[in-house]
Ligand binder design. Structure first.
Ligand SMILES: Cc1cc2nc3c(=O)[nH]c(=O)nc-3n(C[C@H](O)[C@H](O)[C@H](O)COP(=O)(O)OP(=O)(O)OC[C@H]3O[C@@H](n4cnc5c(N)ncnc54)[C@H](O)[C@@H]3O)c2cc1C
Length: 383
């Protein structure tokens, strides 16, 4: 057993756990970050080159959080010494005067976030590479853009270590024993912490089972698809922002990023997929996802080839209301959970890391965590 008792032990070095560890080490807390796989790895939800960031959310509480998150991303860049955020804007696409655009406009306006509303003629004129019905409009969230996901994760972890944090990878936590000092077992060592933050991504159900906690989480396989431009450069980030359309593809939403990370290829994906067992992610039929996306691309992106050129796998952990759980574990004031980020948690991670850290230190969090409480879900049967 290691003699040291850490102020906080964080389990899971995905983006949420790494952000929490970074926040704590920066505040001078003696922090240990444990990750089950050797880093970097591509088995969870935080790998890959890019994520969308935006302030445009229909819910005020996310837009409010994104103001501070954007500032922290910039700060992290300075601390790490490399680019994490590339401004490119974010386009919310929908029916002119439809609920989706109206809700986004309201939240952006109430929270003083800059944006432009493009009525149908302006939308068509500004983005001639897109083909949407004549009544379609868009919001340009000018503070949105691209997060360089792999580099962001590395920035958190590198800076965490620079502030004195200890990161141990290849260390799966197999048992967590409650107490005033919590004990965490891994195959090679045992660690102790005054508080623990658990950010397990799609392994949440496994790690929560021994605590008698079952959440209604669905682990979803996402097909990350790239589509080749017919004319190189026509959908480059200098011409097209990141984008999202809600409930458009057989009731599912889609999102995309301009050609940038793989030159000549636009990343565009269904915001949904088949439910999986996390240990057999790739043993599932994804043909229906690709077929839906082919139809979408053919209809709305005529300048792209109508079959994906590259496919990469990733995982969402979805809650029924698409909001994460950020709360103490029932019965513990020194074990905090951050899980169920439902496919939109990357951009939020600077603020998620901060509030997880505040909870672990017994402090009042800087934001209301009411939408993220664990008890909004009734206890589930059948552990
Ligand atoms: C294809 C795709 C596109 C996305 N696009 C966006 C986007 O555009 N914008 C956005 O904001 N968000 C986006 N997201 C969502 C975002 O990436 C996730 O919400 C976020 O990465 C979740 O991070 P996490 O730390 O909760 O989970 P993970 O990244 O899965 O991290 C959990 C970590 O815990 C470790 N772990 C689990 N159990 C143990 C254990 N027992 N012991 C030790 N370690 C353990 C795992 O190995 C893993 O490393 C996207 C996600 C995907 C998959």
């Amino acid at each position: 057993m290691s003699d040291e008792a850490y102020d906080v032990v964080v389990v899971g070095a995905g983006v949420e756990g790494s952000a929490a560890a970074y926040y704590l080490a920066k505040r001078g807390k003696k922090t240990l970050l444990l990750e089950q796989f050797p880093l970097p790895h591509s088995r969870g939800s935080s790998h890959g080159q890019s994520r969308i960031t935006r302030k445009a959310y229909p819910q005020d509480f996310y837009t409010e959080m994104m103001h501070e998150a954007t500032d922290i991303w910039r700060q992290l860049e300075r601390e790490a010494g490399w680019e994490v955020f590339r401004p490119a804007g974010y386009l919310a696409i929908g029916e002119h005067n439809g609920v989706f655009l109206k809700d986004n406009v309201s939240s952006l306006t109430r929270n003083d976030a800059p944006f432009q509303y493009l009525p149908p003629p302006d939308f068509r004129r500004r983005y001639p590479m897109l083909a949407y019905p004549d009544n379609f409009a868009a919001i340009v969230d000018t503070d949105g853009g691209i997060l360089r996901a792999d580099k962001a994760l590395l920035a958190y972890q590198t800076t965490f270590k620079k502030y004195g944090g200890r990161l141990i990878d290849g260390a799966m936590v197999t048992n967590i024993r409650r107490g005033n000092i919590i004990t965490l077992e891994t195959p090679n060592a045992t660690y102790r912490g005054r508080s623990v933050i658990i950010c397990p991504g799609p392994w949440a159900s496994q790690i929560l089972r021994p605590f008698g906690v079952k959440l209604p989480l669905k682990v979803i396989r996402i097909c990350v698809l790239y589509w080749k431009e017919r004319q190189p450069g026509s959908h480059h980030a200098s011409k097209l922002p990141t984008f999202f359309e809600e409930n458009c593809c057989d009731g599912y939403s889609i999102y995309g990023l301009p050609s940038e990370e793989y030159p000549g290829h636009v990343k565009m994906c269904l915001h949904f997929g088949p439910e999986i067992d996390v240990e057999s992610r790739d043993q599932v039929d994804v043909k229906w996802v690709i077929d839906l996306m082919k139809t979408y691309v053919r209809t709305h992106f005529p300048g792209l080839e109508a079959a994906p050129s590259i496919m990469e796998p990733c995982i969402y952990t979805n809650t029924p209301d698409s909001h994460p759980v950020i709360d103490y574990l029932p019965g513990s004031r020194n074990i905090v959970l951050g899980a169920g980020f439902s496919g939109h948690g990357f951009k939020l991670s600077p603020v998620v890391g901060k509030v997880l850290g505040q909870l672990a230190c017994g402090e009042t969090p800087s934001y209301s965590l009411t939408p993220f409480r664990i008890d909004r879900f009734p206890p589930q049967a059948g552990l």
